[in-house]
Design a protein around this ligand. Structure first.
Ligand code: ZN
Ligand code: ZN
Length: 339
């Protein structure tokens, strides 16, 4: 399944007609509200807003800062929806089934994170346990859709920004995956996911590799105007006491998103080392300093041994489809299987 960020304003899109508007027209800043170009994905305009002054940078950054909370609420919501659908109380749900989730967060060209995830429903003992008879794919997909539509996180009130109600974007792609029963071991799975991860990393466009400590660092960063404005927004909002818990200045380099802390797991250490080397290559470094990738990667590989292949395959499948559908290439990546 794929969960996206909502729209924060129209951006140029690659592929077919960008933003066709027959009647033309301009926004209050005098910029065209449509774009009749057909952009090549490599064009730097792709992902940039049609009008930076109309674009809601504060909402974009605050959405990133709350994406973790939104995900947590989504997970709780799926469990709740399922329990309700089959007439179980929340507390008794775990006696009947266990839900687990694996996700990959990816920056789209508009520098907003979206999430590819695989949801599993197993028996109460976990992946080795038969799921309950009521645990059909349709029911699970319904629960996923309902939860994605409903969950909401409110930002702390700010005199500058007000209070925002943050949700997932309207596009929720959820579908069943085939189970073939035989999967490779964890290392093979890690390598499999990593293959897609490193593909994504070659198209870095959102944020930078290291933390910024001053406003001047932001001004000097080799990023697009759009990304720089997002970083500046993090810096400005990060100075407001009401947003202090979000640590927006600390996470200005990832545009407010806090998913990029590395959590090493022994099982994946080999793959991780390969990832680091690969990543360093992409950013043109000839050494492999841990801090470079530590800023970008989170790879937690626990708790999914049986069926981890399914998760990896599902995410890979999502990615292939997501690219087709969204016509938006990935930027930075983070891998975050979680339960
Ligand atoms: Zn355009
Ligand atoms: Zn405008």
């Amino acid at each position: 399944m794929t969960l996206t960020a909502p729209s924060f304003g129209p951006v140029h899109r690659a592929g077919e007609l960008c933003r066709p508007r027959r009647d033309g027209g301009t926004c209050e800043h005098g910029r065209p509200v449509g774009c009749n170009a057909v952009h090549d994905p490599a064009e730097p305009d792709v992902g940039q807003p049609l009008c930076p002054d109309c674009y809601d940078y504060a909402a974009h950054v605050l959405w990133h800062a709350h994406a973790g909370k939104l995900w947590d609420r989504f997970v709780i919501g799926v469990r709740r929806q399922l329990a309700t659908a089959v007439g179980l109380t929340q507390s008794r749900f775990r006696d009947h089934a266990r839900l687990s989730f694996a996700r990959v967060a990816e920056y789209q060209r508009r520098a907003a994170v979206h999430v590819h995830a695989v949801v599993r429903l197993d028996g109460p003992a976990g992946p080795d346990d038969e799921p309950p008879a009521w645990g059909t794919a349709d029911r699970l997909i319904d629960a996923v859709r309902a939860s994605a539509r409903r969950v909401l996180v409110r930002t702390p009130y700010s005199r500058a920004v007000g209070e925002l109600a943050l949700r997932w974007g309207v596009q929720v792609d959820a579908r069943p995956l085939r189970v073939d029963g035989t999967g490779p071991d964890d290392d093979a799975v890690a390598a499999y996911v990593a293959k897609y991860v490193t593909k994504g990393a070659s198209e870095t466009g959102a944020g930078i590799d290291h933390k910024v400590t001053t406003w001047d660092d932001i001004e000097a960063a080799a990023v697009s105007d759009h990304v720089r404005t997002l970083m500046r927004t993090c810096w400005r909002l990060g100075g407001l006491p009401e947003y202090a818990p979000l640590h927006l200045r600390t996470w200005a380099h990832t545009l407010g998103y806090r998913g990029h802390i590395l959590t090493k797991s022994r099982a994946y250490s080999t793959t991780y080392a390969a990832l680091r080397a690969d990543r360093a290559e992409h950013v043109g470094l000839d050494t492999v300093p841990g801090t470079v990738t530590d800023a970008h990667w989170r790879y937690v590989g626990s708790g999914h041994t049986p069926g981890a292949a399914l998760i990896a395959a599902g995410i890979a499948d999502d990615l292939a489809r997501g690219r087709e559908l969204a016509r938006e290439d990935p930027g930075l990546w983070a891998v975050m299987p979680s339960e």
